[in-house]
Write a protein that binds this ligand. Structure first.
Ligand SMILES: [Zn+2]
Length: 114
């Protein structure tokens, strides 16, 4: 109920949403995935909220990349930025690497806490 209300407010205000659960960025924490450079905001995307990002353990990197692809396809379709094919393949490669690194770091973190 409260979740629906928050999402409605977010939608009215024009906030984007998590491509998996649909929650809006006015109240949900997005998970930034860097595709170029060193984490500058314009060089990252957030197809998923933080919660959904860490809830894809079975599909792992592949499952998350599915949503990165989806968002990138939307960006290209709406002509939001320039995306020549060589840049797109570089971006996808960088995101895959960064996601794998994050998952690895998280697993190291978890095993240290055991
Ligand atoms: Zn989500």
């Amino acid at each position: 109920m409260i979740r629906n209300l928050r999402n409605l407010i977010g939608r009215i205000r024009g906030f984007g949403r998590c491509l998996k659960c649909g929650d809006r960025w006015n109240w949900k924490e997005p998970h930034f995935i860097v595709f170029e450079g060193e984490g500058m905001e314009e060089s990252s995307m957030f197809p998923l909220c933080d919660e959904c990002f860490w809830k894809l353990p079975i599909e792992g990197t592949q499952g998350i990349m599915h949503f990165c692809n989806e968002l990138l396809t939307l960006w290209i379709a709406f002509g939001r930025r320039e995306f020549p094919p060589d840049r797109v393949s570089r971006m996808l490669k960088a995101m895959r690497t960064n996601i794998q690194k994050e998952m690895f770091d998280r697993d190291v973190d978890l095993s240290c806490k055991l």
